[in-house]
Design a binder for this molecule. Structure first.
Ligand code: AHR
Length: 501
């Protein structure tokens, strides 16, 4: 294969990378909360009932914004059920995944966990079966200094100082017919506007995410988003995007080209935001919260989300392989390339459900997608640079032309991080990083995720097939770095910079 040039010019800065694009999502579904992060019966539990092994692995992913409690779960959740003495919290039939919800983990436990993990809490209010008033009371519980009904309740439950939750979602996927309390766009917009006003009256410093389209295939796609933004107006700070992808046709090259469609989804939504802003003659810019994204197709069926009226069932436990790891890296490259508009993004999810980490009894497994997440977690501070790719490519079946190498880059203080994906299923690639206005001094660190085949995965019996390896064959010749990449890999390279360049 001909070499690929990746041109990185200091003059072509996109925007500072918002740390919140490296967020996660913890939902009450299946074994995400119970048997996932919280499992007081486990040998691995700490004194608060959190699983130490899970938290230690999550630590390496260094998630930032953590979305909670759903998801579809949020649209039937009444937060008061999850606070106060554990023994008097109700056990409920939960309707999003037809499961039993014992409410042993709620707002206070989530905040405890978020503090332990250094996560930025991001709470989704119930605008499905809940009311604007209930959402406003939740903000009061979390953020108001003591002296009122719900702030005093927080103090009574053990925390006098406000939690200061700055990020709130105005419902979840309210355009989806599967959603509890689903309504047409104009009705959701009214609900969201009412809730937003009350919530910001309680705490004007909060930032709000309105529900955008849950799927690009829904008939209301874009029309929903326009209606909502036009009505909610300046109360909205972000609009949500969701995306789950998969290799349904068993065509790896096509699947790896899905990043084109993710780029496009972001650009189309950004255009809509600009349109809504212009129509309103407003100075308020709406940004994007890509608050659910991942690979999900093997377990995307009614049975996989049906808990059959039982507690903590094995729901949506997708098993990931090498090609999925490359697609996950592709999502992150796309967010970095759009750092000027994507300000929040949440991997859905973090443990057991659509997750990089699986538990089985007291054991833990790190899936393939865990490893690229670690590479990015270690290299994310700085300004996104435009990565101009010049090299071979191919016409994919569904997503048009893609370069064989997918790239993104972040320029930090004294360091340049480059992220490269080799989409070729058979060919090694040579990549020449050609900087302009940036002096490459040395390779600070370089790692790689690859494996024997696109379908290779880690299992409880063979947990070490996919892992992060050192990448050593990088030559610095003058100002050009030449990197040899094997087929089907994601690589992250950090260069120390020459201050005089
Ligand atoms: O992440 C699983 C589910 O996918 C979420 O509950 C929902 O918001 C989405 O449809």
């Amino acid at each position: 294969m001909d070499p690929t040039k990746v041109i990185l010019d200091r003059a072509y800065m996109i925007a500072p990378v918002d740390p919140r694009i490296f967020g996660g999502f913890l939902e009450h579904i299946g074994r995400a909360v119970y048997e996932g992060v919280y499992d007081p019966q486990s040998k691995q539990a700490d004194e608060q009932g959190f699983r130490k092994d899970v938290l230690s692995s999550l630590n390496d992913l260094a998630f930032t914004a953590m979305r909670y409690p759903g998801g579809n779960f949020a649209s039937g959740y009444h937060w008061l059920d999850g606070v106060g003495s554990r023994s008097s919290r109700p056990v409920l039939q939960e309707l999003a995944s037809l499961s039993i919800e014992p409410n042993q983990f709620g707002t206070d436990e989530f905040i405890q966990l978020a503090r332990k993990m250094n996560w930025i809490p991001m709470i989704t209010a119930n605008l499905g079966t809940g009311t604007p008033e209930e959402a406003c009371n939740w903000v009061e519980y979390c953020n108001r200094p003591v002296g009122t009904r719900f702030s005093d309740l927080r103090a009574k439950n053990g925390t006098v100082e406000p939690y200061g939750v700055k990020l709130w979602g105005l419902g979840n996927e309210m355009d989806g017919p599967w959603q509890q309390g689903h309504v047409p766009a104009d009705q959701y917009a009214i609900r969201a506007q009412q809730a937003a006003k009350l919530m910001k009256d309680i705490d004007p410093s909060i930032e709000l995410v309105v529900c955008g389209s849950a799927e690009i295939g829904l008939p209301t796609y874009m029309e929903w988003d326009r209606t909502v933004l036009e009505y909610v107006g300046d109360y909205a700070d972000f609009i949500s995007l969701h995306r789950y992808v998969g290799n349904l046709s068993g065509n790896t090259s096509d699947y790896l080209a899905v990043t084109n469609s993710i780029d496009q989804q972001i650009e189309v939504m950004d255009s809509l935001c600009r349109y809504a802003q212009a129509r309103a003659r407003s100075r308020k810019r709406y940004y994007l919260a890509f608050d659910e994204w991942n690979v999900w197709y093997r377990t995307q069926n009614a049975e996989s989300v049906n808990g059959h009226g039982k507690f903590a069932q094995h729901l949506v436990e997708e098993e990931y392989n090498l090609e999925d790891a490359l697609v996950v890296a592709g999502f992150l490259n796309s967010f970095i390339r759009h750092a000027d508009v994507v300000k929040i993004a949440n991997l859905a999810q973090i443990v057991n459900v659509l997750a990089p980490i699986l538990t089985r009894g007291d054991k833990i497994l790190l899936q393939s997608i865990y490893y690229p997440l670690v590479l990015y977690a270690q290299r994310r501070e700085g300004v996104a640079l435009q990565a101009i790719v010049d090299g071979p490519g191919y016409e994919s079946k569904n997503y048009g032309f893609v370069h064989t190498i997918d790239a993104s880059a972040i320029l930090g203080k004294g360091v340049l991080h480059a992220f490269l994906i080799n989409r070729s299923t058979t060919e090694p690639a040579i990549v020449e990083i050609t900087p302009a206005g940036i002096g490459l001094k040395s390779v600070r660190s370089a790692e790689l995720v690859t494996g024997p085949s696109a379908a290779s995965c880690n299992t409880f019996d063979h947990p070490d097939t996919i892992y992060n390896q050192k990448l050593s064959n990088i030559k610095l010749t003058g100002q050009i770095a030449t990197i040899d990449l094997p087929p089907l890999c994601v690589a992250a390279i950090s260069f120390s910079l020459d201050d005089n360049a």
